[in-house]
Design a protein around this ligand. Structure first.
Ligand SMILES: C[S@@+](CC[C@H](N)C(=O)[O-])C[C@H]1O[C@@H](n2cnc3c(N)ncnc32)[C@H](O)[C@@H]1O
Length: 249
């Protein structure tokens, strides 16, 4: 499996091009809250962490500032260059495809925050197996899982940023959220990400097949599309995504 034939590279390249690169400065308090959340969810002291699909490297920098020895793996070269330009040398930053990239080390914690569900169920199973292989025997992983009922309700919602527009759809037959972005006034240049959403039962079964056991489930936030307010904590049936904590079974 490689991502060569999927939408992932071009989608995340375009998203980076169209988003405000000062986002990190605007998110300072939120990043601190996210770091607190990760530490609390892990629930014990840990030294090393691998973050895959690390994007701009924002959370990795936050965790590194709090003394965690961070390693990141990210597909998009432009995002990796951006992360390198902002990160201390103590963060080991790798550019590559998480389906194929070889990492020699094992980690206390592996994280995949926002983005799980790119391929087929078989692809996701393969990735879970790789995550298990990167975990130390007593290690754990935290993975954000898109929650189907939120995305069913979000279908049809549109929003506008400074340089781009965005629209959500939901593919009921395959339980996938579809997230389309296009530059303002240029709908022909649209790119779409399609992420498989899993119920807790479905993800529990997939984890079992990968030799992983879920030991914690943490609901994330939700968007209320009636008044366009984001609530940072929501129920498991309302949240955009929930985070699972897994260990080797
Ligand atoms: C939704 S973004 C989340 C970024 C970051 N974790 C965050 O929470 O802001 C998903 C990220 O995963 C990366 N990604 C997608 N497929 C990948 C792959 N096969 N290997 C490595 N990274 C990948 C994307 O380029 C993108 O930066």
């Amino acid at each position: 499996m490689t991502t060569k034939n999927t939408w992932a590279l071009s989608f995340y390249q375009k998203q980076f091009e169209w988003l405000d690169s000062n986002l990190e400065d605007k998110m300072k308090d939120d990043i601190e809250r996210q770091v607190d959340g990760v530490k609390e969810q892990i629930g014990r002291p840990f030294e090393t962490m691998l973050e895959i699909g690390a994007g701009w490297g924002i959370l990795a920098r936050g965790l590194s500032k709090r003394g965690v020895k961070m390693t990141t793996l990210e597909l998009v070269p432009e995002l990796v260059a951006f992360a390198k330009s902002r990160s201390p040398k103590t963060i080991e930053i790798h550019q590559g495809d998480f389906y194929t990239y070889e990492l020699q080390e094992q980690f206390d914690v592996v994280g995949y925050f926002d983005g799980f569900g790119i391929g087929t169920d078989e692809d996701q199973l393969f990735l879970l197996e790789r995550i298990a292989s990167w975990m130390k025997e007593d290690g754990c992983a935290l993975i954000d899982i898109y929650q189907p009922t939120h995305w069913q309700r979000a279908a049809g919602q549109e929003m506008k940023f400074e340089r781009a527009c965005r629209r959500y759809e939901f593919d009921e037959a395959n339980s996938r959220m579809l997230d389309t972005w296009w530059p303002i006034d240029k709908p022909a240049e649209a790119v779409t990400q399609s992420l498989r959403c899993y119920t807790i039962v479905e993800i529990t079964d997939l984890c079992k097949l990968a030799g992983l056991q879920i030991t914690g489930i943490f609901p994330g936030g939700m968007m209320d599309y009636n008044d366009w307010v984001y609530h940072s904590l929501a129920s498991l049936s309302d949240c955009l995504a929930y985070r699972i904590k897994v260990k080797k079974a």
